[in-house]
Design a binder for this molecule. Structure first.
Ligand code: AHG
Ligand code: MN
Ligand code: MN
Length: 333
């Protein structure tokens, strides 16, 4: 018999308040999964007239998922506040107390452009500790901690299967949602990303805008076995970070959404606090690496809730290669 999520969370080793919070997040994601599977029948497809703080048109499911997570998670006694891609500012839950020790950040629905075309989408979440001078109401500044501080992080993919992957800093576990029983069943508690890979994921339509280190890296991959890498590479791009990263978590690979010259003053497209940091924590815990163009993603000092960042993560050997190419480009001639 497979271990259930509840059994895993209550086996000890995870602080009880955090375990309860993770269970509540997983429950909310199971509800989102059920809605996703209803598709047009559940009237969840299509866009709204509204835009989020980042000027992106909100899809119905972006807002529905956000509301579901807020309503469910507010019930977790250990939660002091929440922040999300779909909310301008933070959503305090309760005054910080000895019990309310965590802050939750999420991308309620990642891969919005794939909702209406029935391609894998997901939810990404990050758990941070409250400030050391608590108890007091959480402020936006309290959320601006480096990813290294995360108490837990993970994601759910709504694909052919619904899969939950998370870490509390002691390796990475994966669970599948059994639609027959509505139970999360453990698939593995030892996710390990191979160091070497022959697969990369990048939106190649932006090639002309990339910086030289990224362009050079991809050119070398594309040159195949007669090029400097001496092997043929394969390419994948789902356009849902959550699905692209999950593939890498399961079989290795490297994912890039780097800075590019379309908007030179923007560090990248993806957001540090609820996309890059949680994924970087999972990836590092599974033996991979993550680089933001300057250093490890998890060491970046956040300046804003919705801050964007350049993302390069996955199999360690490829991320190290990207890092070396960036260092070389910065070195004085
Ligand atoms: P979101 O749907 O939460 O706004 O995130 C979309 C992101 C990410 O999931 C994906 O990797 C990327 O956008 C795809 O961007 P392109 O359409 O530029 O390829
Ligand atoms: Mn996203
Ligand atoms: Mn989103």
């Amino acid at each position: 018999m497979a271990v259930t999520l509840d059994q895993h969370l209550s086996a000890g080793g995870i602080e009880p308040g955090l375990a309860r919070l993770l269970a509540v997040v997983a429950d909310a994601c199971a509800d989102i999964s059920a809605l996703v599977r209803r598709g047009a029948a559940g009237e969840i497809l299509g866009a709204l007239e509204s835009e989020n703080v980042q000027g992106e048109v909100q899809k119905k499911l972006d807002v529905i998922s956000n509301d579901l997570l807020i309503e469910a998670c507010a019930k977790a006694p250990a939660l002091a506040g929440m922040a999300s891609e779909e909310m301008d500012t933070i959503h305090p839950v309760r005054p910080v107390s000895a019990e309310a020790r965590y802050l939750l950040l999420f991308d309620p629905l990642d891969g919005s452009s794939n909702i209406d075309v029935n391609v894998s989408i997901g939810t990404i979440f990050s758990v941070l500790p409250v400030a050391a001078d608590a108890p007091r109401e959480a402020t936006e500044a309290d959320f601006l901690q480096p990813g290294r501080n995360q108490a837990a992080a993970g994601y759910v993919v709504y694909g052919p299967q619904t899969t939950l992957v998370f870490t509390t800093g002691q390796g990475v576990s994966a669970f599948t949602l059994d639609p027959k029983t509505d139970q999360w069943l453990q698939v593995t508690d030892a996710v390990a990303i191979p160091r070497e890979t022959k697969e990369f994921a990048i939106n190649a339509s932006n090639m002309r805008h990339w910086a030289p280190p990224v362009r050079g890296y991809i050119e070398d991959c594309l040159a195949g076995e007669t090029g400097p890498r001496g092997k043929n590479f394969n390419m994948r791009w789902v356009a849902s970070m959550v699905a692209d990263v999950h593939r890498i978590v399961m079989r290795g690979g490297v994912f890039l959404y780097p800075w590019d010259a379309r908007e030179p003053n923007r560090a990248g497209k993806l957001r540090l606090m609820y996309e890059a940091n949680p994924m970087a924590f999972v990836i590092e815990q599974a033996g991979g690496a993550s680089f933001d163009g300057f250093g490890p993603t998890l060491d970046a000092k956040p300046t804003g809730l919705h801050q964007r960042v350049s993302v390069m993560l996955g199999s360690a050997a490829e991320v190290e290669r990207l890092q070396a190419l960036h260092e070389k480009a910065l070195a004085p001639a």
